[in-house]
Design a protein around this ligand. Structure first.
Ligand code: S3P
Length: 187
């Protein structure tokens, strides 16, 4: 399938945005971009280093810039966002404007338990979880639950489609997104 549609994936850390973006891009013959990767390349520091040295507020400011640049581009592509993209009102407005222009915003929804388990497979990578020290599984799940309480409604508010990722493989998630594009999401 060759697509002229940009798809933006939103969802909590560990929901599989980057893997799904890669599979979807391969199936749709377009490029996958990851906002965290773009930001890291631009700033020359890992996310953890960036948070430690320059702080979350500066990260959020740059994240908005990168989101705006990517959404302004006319090249169709699959965009994986960082899990905190919805925390800023400005970003939610950018995503809503983009969907009004035909961009598909997909929320990859998952339970706190699943997310915590997946986050624990990459210890130390995520400063909002392992900022002070690497948490254990139970602590991670509590932290995820706490953040998810405010974030879940925000993901829902910007999304045109929600996929409950559960135990689904990225391939199956990509298949569901493609059927939404082919089916009821025509421009
Ligand atoms: C964040 C999620 C991370 C990264 C940063 C902050 C968040 O991206 O942007 O650590 O606030 O949820 P992933 O969702 O790709 O882990």
């Amino acid at each position: 399938m060759k697509s002229d549609k940009t798809v933006v994936l939103v969802g909590f850390m560990g929901c599989g945005k980057s893997s799904v973006a890669r599979v979807l891009a391969a199936r749709m013959n377009c490029e996958a971009v990851d906002l965290d990767t773009l930001l890291v390349a631009r700033e020359g520091a890992s996310i953890a280093e960036f948070f430690a040295v320059r702080g979350e507020a500066e990260f959020r400011r740059l994240e908005t810039e990168v989101l705006r640049d990517v959404l302004n581009s006319i090249i169709p592509r699959i965009v994986a966002t960082g899990g905190g993209i919805v925390t800023r009102e400005e970003n939610r407005a950018l995503l809503k404007e983009a969907s009004a222009r035909g961009v598909l915003v997909v929320y990859l929804e998952a339970e706190a338990k699943t997310l915590a388990y997946r986050i624990r497979r990459q210890p130390g990578l995520r400063p909002l979880i392992d900022g002070a020290r690497v948490l254990n599984l139970q602590e991670t799940q509590s932290r995820v639950e706490e953040l998810l309480k405010t974030r879940a409604p925000l993901y829902e508010s910007v999304a045109n489609q929600t996929v409950n990722v559960g135990v689904l493989a990225p391939d199956e998630i990509a298949r569901q997104i493609i059927s939404a594009i082919e089916g009821n999401f025509h421009d």
